[in-house]
Design a binder for this molecule. Structure first.
Ligand code: F3S
Length: 278
């Protein structure tokens, strides 16, 4: 099977940075999964003895704790710092930005609106930086705004870094129709755009498309949905074990892209396996 890789795919700057930090701090543990990729987390555990805390209570004095790329809630960070643990912050700088915007704008008495998934760790972290938690609102759709009651008539908005900019615009457009002042911060990360644009382009020219990434990773799921728009035969897999040879029957060219948390060694294994398919 002939294979073509997207012009941009895989690890973004923030994930590369977090992995490098974890490799530097052997025998440490991460607060929550470092990135959305179980295989890479296993590799860090096996090769660098990097463990995982599921709960703050598991941290003991003198432990080295790495904060994951998506960040953690403000109070959790404060509590960790208050302990004798050594805290290494691997939060992506593009995630720190909306955290700081929410902190600043809510101090200036703006109501806060976050476009994102309320149960995503990044959003929970960003939300926690609001001065008044009752006045930090999270929406996914313009229609969600109907249920929102803002405390102030000034609103500041941020978006989860991996969200679609088109949908963010729809939400902001709806917001401005009903409010006098709306401060819009574009916190969507360029790395997501680059992988998405390249996936869009490639899925137009191939007859089967394989997207590699964590099934709970929001940017991988988004890449998959973009590919599906252009190429009906688009499949989302975590590694080469999930490949089904049937997908390539009577096809000539397979496009490959990968989510922002997918390491190159997994991508290479997928490429090798698909190339060996007839
Ligand atoms: Fe950071 Fe963007 Fe990656 S927010 S973790 S560089 S997708």
């Amino acid at each position: 099977m002939k294979v073509k890789l997207a012009s941009n795919y895989g690890f973004c700057f923030g994930v590369k940075r977090a992995i490098k930090i974890a490799e530097e701090y052997k025998n440490s543990s991460t607060m929550g999964p470092l990135i959305h990729n179980q295989d890479e987390i296993n590799r860090l555990q096996n090769d660098f003895n990097v463990g995982l805390y599921k709960d703050l209570k598991e941290v003991k004095d003198d432990d080295t704790v790495i904060i994951r790329t998506h960040g953690i809630p403000k109070n959790d960070l404060k509590n960790l710092k208050a302990q004798n643990a050594k805290v290494i912050n691997a939060t992506c700088p593009f995630v720190t930005t909306p955290q700081q915007i929410v902190k600043k704008m809510s101090k200036e008495e703006y109501s806060i609106l976050i476009f994102g998934d309320s149960d995503h760790p990044e959003v929970k972290g960003v939300q926690s930086y609001g001065e008044d938690q009752e006045d930090v609102h999270i929406v996914l759709e313009p229609s969600d705004l109907e249920k929102v009651n803002f405390k102030y008539n000034k609103i500041a908005t941020v978006a989860q870094t991996t969200k679609k900019k088109e949908k963010y615009l729809e939400i902001v457009n709806t917001l401005i129709l009903k409010n006098k002042e709306v401060r819009v911060f574009n916190t969507i990360c360029d790395a997501t755009f680059e992988n998405q644009d390249a996936a869009r382009e490639l899925s137009n020219e191939v007859d089967v498309m394989v997207v590699i990434g964590g099934k709970n990773s929001s940017n991988t799921k988004q890449l998959h949905s973009i590919c599906k728009e252009n190429c009906q035969d688009s499949y989302l897999i975590e590694n080469e074990k999930e490949i089904d040879k049937e997908w390539f029957k009577n096809k000539t060219l397979c496009g490959i892209t990968a989510g922002a948390s997918t390491p190159d060694w997994i991508i290479q294994q997928v490429v090798n396996t698909i190339e060996a398919c007839h």
